[in-house]
Design a protein around this ligand. Structure first.
Ligand SMILES: Nc1nc2c(c(=O)[nH]1)N[C@H]1C(S)=C(S)[C@@H](COP(=O)(O)O)O[C@H]1N2
Ligand SMILES: [Mo]
Length: 555
């Protein structure tokens, strides 16, 4: 166990570390029935018509075998790197999942509507239960970096690795189609489906069909499995990952709808991960069962013989992958700031060029408004906020200052006079949950016009009455440029009413192309500054400072 100080221990290593999985019974029963049907159908077929014919494996004469075969060096390297990156994606993905351990097919994420949860807890109804309260512990043996609420660092690994995963995948697919190798995994005749079924009937009734030598060809079921993993699950994992980006979903709401919505995309993203794992188990089992040493020579050495070298080198490869987990663990806990900066050096310029350019323009309807919205953050405990709140914020004055020509102090009524706008938008929390609400308030653009920023002002800081996770005032920053985009509001109304206490009264920020933690609630004052480096630990916000979140979370 890491030697956390008391505050971090309370967050990352809580006394309640129980792990439970609950799946909605109708889904379990559905899956159970589907598997059972496939097995029963196989047995009936064998009872009625006998074991179906699986074409005999042709005798292979390596000297005159035509057609693509063998494992060229690029296949073998891609196989290894894919394994390395995929395992890290899965491990960091599990850490991310546990920060909001519920999956839904509906975008409002109402507690109780999840189809699976990895927590023993139901959401208590008699007290405030924030999404942060709901985060669960995961062992660092399973997740990277593991423990509880380590999503900032888990995302760093996830995003570093996804670059490797995509580069490997794209390279592999290009090479696949540039050579004849694609013929090995892409079914080219509908007969393959029939043969795959026949092969399944063999397995399901405990018969082993004659195995082809994988060096020259695969059986139909194997071909379908490889095809699905490489050309369906891979792209699906990537495309559903993108469907979780607020910048994308905000600009192109139809994109998330392709997958049945933002939360459905998240569920599918998880299900592809699960499918990769299930594939891995079956794949490894069959590799071991059908001539381990020879199979290892195929994929490690590219040779088709019975020697042991491929096996030993393969074990070393697995050792390297395990070592990568150990290294990732150490870096996570000893050099988190360096990691944060390493990722930032790649993604920050890349996002400025791509996702950050998408202009928010969501249009949801009143019917889309979520019946429930997860709250997050610590309610302010300061007396001045409590007094203001008791007085309905009549006496509240928003101070806007710093590098501006015209510092102002504005009451809620003054703000209203600037002209309010209203948008129905989807909120995306870094933890994974979402919710749709109608937000009303003044566009930040108008406030900026009012105060006349000086030319040196590049960044705007929002300070809260509330505290951050480890104490100290919650704050976050935005570039002046981003605040000028459409749908960016200083909101004082939610769903047609005064902003409720829990959701940030008197004022909160809405920045629809970024994640929730950038949207400071319970705003006390706003300051125009030269750079985010001047505040706190210089990372751009309290979560960026203390939890290694991204400065620019467009995804
Ligand atoms: N002051 C303050 N603002 C905050 C937070 C916080 O902890 N303190 N949490 C942020 C996070 S992580 C999210 S997801 C949103 C949640 O907004 P909601 O409670 O309206 O759903 O508020 C953001 N603003
Ligand atoms: Mo969040």
């Amino acid at each position: 166990m890491i030697s956390f100080d008391a505050a971090h221990r309370a967050v990352h290593y809580p006394p309640d570390r129980r792990f439970r999985i609950w799946i909605r019974p109708s889904i379990l029963i559905g899956i159970g029935i589907a598997i059972l049907c496939a097995i029963v159908a196989a047995w009936i077929e064998v009872a009625v018509a006998g074991l179906p014919h699986v074409p005999a494996v042709p005798q292979i004469n390596p000297d005159n075998f035509v057609g693509p075969h063998g494992f060229p060096v690029w296949v073998r390297y891609c196989h290894f790197f894919n394994f390395l990156f995929l395992m890290m994606l899965i491990r960091s993905g599990l850490s991310i999942l546990m920060d909001h351990p519920r999956l839904y097919f509906n975008d409002d994420c109402t507690p109780g509507s999840e189809w699976i949860r990895c927590t023993p807890l139901e959401v208590p109804r008699d007290r405030i239960w924030t999404a942060k309260d709901d985060a669960r512990y995961i062992s660092p043996l399973v997740g990277t970096p593991g423990y509880r609420h380590t999503i900032g660092i888990a995302r760093i690994w996830h995003f570093i690795d996804v670059h490797g995963f995509i580069i490997t995948g794209v390279f592999f697919v290009i090479m696949l189609f540039d050579t004849e190798q694609w013929r090995r995994i892409v079914p080219t005749s509908p007969l393959v489906l029939l043969q795959a079924w026949n092969t399944w009937v063999h397995y399901a009734t405990f018969h082993l069909p004659g195995e082809p030598n994988g060096f020259y060809g695969y059986n139909a079921l194997q071909q379908l499995a490889y095809f699905t993993v490489v050309l369906i699950f891979g792209p699906l994992a990537i495309s559903t990952g993108i469907a979780m980006s607020p910048a994308v979903v905000n600009r192109f709401p139809w994109y998330a709808r392709i997958f049945g919505g933002r939360q459905s995309a998240r569920s599918i993203h998880f299900l592809t991960m699960f499918s990769f794992l299930a594939f891995l188990v079956v794949h490894v089992t069959l590799i071991v069962m059908t001539g381990f040493a020879r199979n290892m020579n195929h994929i490690v050495m590219g040779t088709d013989d019975q020697g042991h070298l491929g096996m030993y080198l393969g074990f070393m490869g697995i050792g390297v992958v395990v070592l990568s987990w150990v290294v990732a663990h150490c870096l996570s806990w000893h050099q988190p700031r360096r990691l944060q900066h390493a990722l930032k050096s790649v993604t920050y310029p890349m996002q400025l060029l791509t996702l950050n350019r998408l202009t928010p323009r969501q249009k949801y309807s009143e019917q889309d408004i979520s019946p429930y919205m997860w709250p997050n953050g610590k309610m302010p405990i300061r007396d001045d906020w409590k007094h203001l709140s008791e007085g309905g914020f009549e006496d509240f004055r928003l101070k806007v200052g710093g590098l501006v020509e015209r510092p102002v102090e504005l009451s809620l009524a003054d703000l209203e006079q600037l002209g309010e706008s209203e948008h129905i938008t989807m909120h995306h929390c870094i933890q994974g949950w979402s919710g749709i609400a109608k937000w009303g308030g003044i566009p930040m653009e108008k406030l900026i016009e009012l105060v006349h920023p000086k030319p040196e002002a590049k960044v705007v800081a929002f300070f809260s009455f509330g505290e951050g996770l480890y104490g100290g005032p919650y704050y976050d920053t935005q570039s002046l440029e981003n605040l000028r985009k459409p749908q960016c509001l200083l909101a004082s109304r939610m769903n047609g009413q005064r902003l409720p206490q829990l959701y940030g009264a008197p004022l909160r920020l809405r920045v629809e192309n970024q994640l929730g933690y950038k949207m400071v609630k319970w705003i006390e004052r706003i300051e125009f500054i030269e750079s985010e480096k001047l505040l706190g630990k210089g990372e751009g916000g309290i979560n960026e400072d203390d939890e290694y979140f991204d400065l620019l979370p467009n995804i």
